[in-house]
Ligand binder design. Structure first.
Ligand code: ADP
Ligand code: MG
Length: 305
């Protein structure tokens, strides 16, 4: 189990959680679990002097490494509140990394640079246009010196896993946005990162494809048992996908609360038909739109458990 560190608004968030944490008795005591990610009073300021812009302030939280199970952490908040900054900081990507003050740790050690243990998928699919689907998926393996035969086999296996069987020889320009995003996901997951970072990965997709992709992510993430951070503008996506939702606020960018949610056991389409799911979504939307202070568990949650 994880915790928001007591700092500013996150303190209130931490206070809001014990009721929900009590519902997961199977998890070992968090003190005995290794830390996967720790943000400790992380502040990032871009620029200096009168031009300085505070991106995030005093963001603190901890995600523990659950045995044999990753966790899906959804990050929501208004535009400009620092969601991408948090993810890119974790990825060790400049200029977001390093923080101006505070510390970011992964696997118990301070982050110093990008690493294969943290894979990033963002809104721009960042595929290589001159490479086939198979070679795009296998690209990272090539950089690692994996043999041609093994690269081929593993890339084809991943093409199948993301539903692109038969498209291995196609080029990105021949694919729809949803299919390109599947390639990007496969190209990242094939490297088996312990932490998968997704920054609004489905933002450009139409609602039907988006739901298919959500199901795919849930399925792959269960198989890989990696921890996933996903930034999303959609409250439904956050509630459906998230074991945990980090709600951020703007001006300055900060962590407002950490909500804990059950795992989905039905498709997003089924979920959307349930009245209580709409109650949860409406409440999260209200909190986001009004920048409400930490308000504890979402009403209607008891119907999901
Ligand atoms: P979000 O992803 O929530 O929309 P960002 O993390 O992208 O927010 O940005 C947070 C704040 O930091 C914004 O005010 C943004 O303008 C600023 N910012 C982000 N990246 C940079 C950058 N490379 N240089 C200067 N300011 C930046
Ligand atoms: Mg962003």
């Amino acid at each position: 189990m994880n915790e928001a560190l007591p700092s500013g608004d996150a303190q209130a968030a931490a206070a809001a959680r014990p009721a929900s944490e009590a519902k997961t008795p199977a998890a070992p005591a968090k003190g005995s679990l290794p830390e996967l990610v720790r943000f400790d009073k992380v502040t990032k300021c871009f620029g200096e002097g009168p031009e300085a812009r505070l991106a995030i302030q005093d963001v603190s939280f901890v995600i523990h490494d659950l045995p044999d199970a990753g966790e899906l952490v959804a990050v929501v908040g208004p535009s400009g509140c620092g969601k991408s900054t948090v993810l890119r900081m974790l990825a060790g990507l400049r200029p977001h990394f390093p923080p101006t003050s505070g510390e970011v740790r992964a696997f118990g050690k301070p982050i110093t640079q990008p690493g294969a243990d943290r894979g990033m998928v963002d809104q721009k699919y960042s595929l290589m246009p001159h490479l086939t689907v198979r070679d795009n998926i296998a690209f990272g393996l090539m950089l690692r010196g994996v043999s041609r035969k093994e690269r081929r086999d593993r890339a084809c296996e991943w093409a199948r896993k993301v539903g692109l069987e038969g498209c291995e020889e196609k080029y990105p320009s021949e694919l729809s946005g949803g299919m390109q995003q599947r390639v990007a996901i496969a190209a990242t997951l094939i490297l088996e990162p312990k932490i998968l970072l997704m920054d609004e990965p489905f933002g450009a997709l139409d609602p039907k494809i988006r739901m298919q992709m959500q199901e795919l992510v849930v399925q792959l993430w269960k198989e890989q048992q990696s921890t996933v951070f996903i930034v999303t503008h959609s409250v439904e996506e956050a509630i459906y996908l998230g074991d945990r939702v980090l709600r951020m606020g703007a001006k300055p960018g900060r962590l407002v609360e950490v909500l804990q949610l059950p795992r989905p056991d039905v498709s997003p389409e089924m979920m959307r038909k349930k009245p209580w799911f709409n109650v949860l979504s409406q409440e999260l939307l209200r909190r986001l739109e009004t920048d409400a202070p930490a308000s504890g568990e979402l009403p209607g949650l008891e119907k999901w458990r």
